[in-house]
Design a protein. Structure first.
Ligand SMILES: *[C@@H]1O[C@H](CO)[C@@H](O)[C@H](O)[C@H]1NC(C)=O
Ligand SMILES: *[C@@H]1O[C@H](CO)[C@@H](O)[C@H](O)[C@H]1NC(C)=O
Ligand SMILES: *[C@@H]1O[C@H](CO)[C@@H](O)[C@H](O)[C@H]1NC(C)=O
Ligand SMILES: *[C@@H]1O[C@H](CO)[C@@H](O)[C@H](O)[C@H]1NC(C)=O
Ligand SMILES: *[C@@H]1O[C@H](CO)[C@@H](O)[C@H](O)[C@H]1NC(C)=O
Ligand SMILES: *[C@@H]1O[C@H](CO)[C@@H](O)[C@H](O)[C@H]1NC(C)=O
Ligand SMILES: *[C@@H]1O[C@H](CO)[C@@H](O)[C@H](O)[C@H]1NC(C)=O
Ligand SMILES: *[C@@H]1O[C@H](CO)[C@@H](O)[C@H](O)[C@H]1NC(C)=O
Length: 522
């Protein structure tokens, strides 16, 4: 383990925003109904050391859940899934890893929730901001519990309403400050200080405004998942409709070519100023590389918040097309907003065709980024949506021949961001750096595999690379298995737990004492 001061340096250098909140300072303003005691330890610190009881397995993994009075949201439905899984999992270390990761979002990241005002503020973990992408994933493993837990249902609905307000006003931004109604102070983001964004943003509402297409897709995923598990349409209020309107406009604007026929340079959004959060200055007046319209929708930055090389990200578009189809199906089923449904379905088809028609190279491998001029960047970046996660996203089947080729390519030296060490290997990205692959890439690969031996091997890699802490981290060095980034990263924990529940259904014999499937919510 890195010493504390080194960890702080690492935080400043690779985690993006430095953390402005001293231990518990924000909790002091916490509204009574969701307040946890000031005596609770800061989870940033708590997550860096091992806590008893330890598992009886070979790794003696620790129990990393905060003590009950320090948990930010309670759910008996969640507790039942944990005890059900613990009774079934054959490896005691895996049982503890599940028990730590499955409740991580609810235990540690619900900083504000008011069901009456229909507002919530969910942090990512170590970064005190609500990221659309993170929340789109932080709850993905919990939706099936909504029929059993009305309070959890109200929390998701409040999250949708809060994000609707953000998106309606700032569709190009991906990370936000607490709602003013919460009484929580906005956090200062060092990385946003010298940045100029067009259209301009207010830093009392916006924490960071890099335009990332998958942030919007993440919001669609939350909306349709809530509906699918409740049949409740009450979240489609004026805020939601305004957000959907902003999303449709953004999709339209970001599908245009850079050059018009009469050589005007088209720009709906640009990001300039000094370098921010690992992102170098953006060329061409903050617009990035020029693009030629072909049906794909552009993004300025990647899901890792790093600058795109080319602005059409294949996996962002894949996710967007899947989510737009879900939204159209939802609206049709609820027999409401027929025009929006038609528009969503039409964009979904255009984007899907464009992914299949324009992003495969001559070897049948998907490029991560393209520009519509024939420029292909063949690589993968670990953050979901990634190419590795195309089956997880629901874009294609795991046995699709192009996916199989792409996966073999990406888990090899042919991917510039694949790296291998003695104990850890996987796909990373420039966000941390090339020598630190991300556990998330292994989780995505498990979703992309039907091969028992491969799945077992990847699970083993994940289990043995938590730096003995029993939590899933952002990245792990290939040279030193205890050198990792982000001790408190809720989404990565949710994603791991979601994957284990998927295996509980489709491959129970691999992980359980008995070969009997376990289905959450049944
Ligand atoms: C591995 O990384 C940890 C945490 O950063 C550090 O304390 C330790 O000294 C490193 N080990 C080696 C052999 O470099
Ligand atoms: C969760 O339950 C514990 C008791 O088990 C309680 O002390 C705590 O206040 C509850 N947390 C919330 C946010 O309601
Ligand atoms: C907002 O921007 C102003 C002006 O740059 C700066 O002084 C202030 O610290 C910022 N506030 C936050 C919460 O970042
Ligand atoms: C930046 O974006 C704005 C629209 O928000 C546009 O009016 C302006 O021309 C763009 N500037 C550049 C340099 O592209
Ligand atoms: C939603 O409605 C469908 C019928 O359209 C029903 O089959 C399903 O059980 C309902 N789901 C919930 C969570 O109520
Ligand atoms: C794009 O894909 C669609 C559906 O796969 C197909 O019908 C269409 O002909 C393709 N267009 C081009 C230009 O290849
Ligand atoms: C892929 O799997 C599906 C079942 O999910 C099966 O029907 C199909 O034949 C398989 N395709 C190939 C190319 O193996
Ligand atoms: C990756 O990051 C580590 C830790 O900050 C640093 O020691 C190393 O030099 C970096 N490597 C590259 C290739 O940037």
């Amino acid at each position: 383990m890195r010493g504390l001061s080194a960890q702080a340096v690492l935080a400043a250098s690779i985690l993006g925003p430095s953390l402005p909140v001293p231990a518990n300072a924000a909790w002091a303003d916490y509204p009574a109904r969701s307040r946890i005691p000031d005596s609770c330890p800061d989870y940033n610190d708590y997550s860096k050391s091992r806590h008893e009881p330890f598992s009886s397995g070979a790794l003696a993994l620790p129990n990393m859940r905060p003590s009950p009075e320090c948990r930010t949201f309670n759910s008996s439905a969640v507790e039942k899934v944990i005890s059900d899984m613990q009774a079934r999992l054959k490896d005691p270390d895996m049982a503890v890893l599940f028990a730590n990761t499955f409740p991580s979002t609810l235990d540690t990241t619900v900083r504000y929730f008011d069901p009456d005002l229909n507002l919530a503020f969910i942090i990512t973990g170590d970064i005190t901001a609500q990221w659309l992408r993170d929340t789109g994933n932080q709850f993905a493993h919990l939706y099936r519990l909504l029929p059993q837990d009305k309070n959890l249902q109200a929390l998701i609905k409040a999250m949708i309403n809060t994000e609707s307000r953000y998106i309606a006003e700032y569709p190009y931004c991906g990370a936000f400050q607490p709602p003013p109604e919460s009484g929580l102070a906005p956090s200062h983001n060092d990385w946003a200080d010298n940045v100029r964004i067009n259209p301009p943003v207010d830093n009392q509402t916006v924490f960071e405004c890099k335009y990332e297409l998958d942030s919007l897709a993440g919001f669609l995923k939350i909306s349709r998942s809530y509906y699918a598990n409740t049949n409740d349409t009450s979240f489609m209020n004026d805020n939601w409709k305004a957000a959907m309107n902003s999303i449709m406009t953004t999709i339209h604007d970001q599908s245009q070519s850079t050059w018009t026929d009469d050589w005007r340079y088209v720009s709906y959004y640009n990001w300039t100023g000094t370098a921010g959060a690992l992102s170098p200055q953006v060329p061409n007046g903050g617009n990035g590389e020029p693009k030629m319209a072909n049906g794909l929708v552009a993004s300025s930055h990647r899901p890792s918040d790093d600058l795109c090389v080319f602005n059409f990200i294949t996996s962002d578009n894949a996710m967007m097309s899947v989510e737009l189809d879900h939204i159209a199906n939802m609206l049709d089923k609820a027999a409401t907003q027929a025009d929006l449904s038609k528009q969503a379905r039409s964009y979904a088809a255009t984007i899907r065709d464009a992914v299949w028609n324009t992003t495969l190279n001559l070897n049948g491998v998907f490029a991560y980024e393209t520009n519509g001029y024939g420029g292909y960047y063949v690589m993968d970046d670990a953050n979901v949506p990634s190419l590795m996660s195309l089956p997880y996203l629901g874009f294609l089947k795991r046995n699709d021949s192009n996916y199989v080729k792409t996966k073999n390519h990406l888990f090899s030296r042919l991917n510039p961001y694949y790296a291998e060490g003695k104990s850890f290997s996987g796909i990373g990205g420039p966000h941390v750096n090339a020598t630190y692959p991300w556990p998330m890439s292994q989780v995505s690969a498990i979703y992309g595999s039907d091969d028992d031996a491969e799945i077992a091997q990847r699970l083993d890699v994940l289990l043995k690379n938590t730096a003995g802490l029993g939590l899933i981290h952002e990245s792990v060095s290939i040279y030193n298995a205890t050198d990792y980034s982000r001790p408190w990263f809720a989404w990565a924990n949710s994603y791991f737990a979601e994957m284990l529940l998927d295996l509980a259904e489709r491959k129970p014999g691999l992980i359980f004492k008995e070969d009997t499937p376990y289905v959450v919510g049944q």
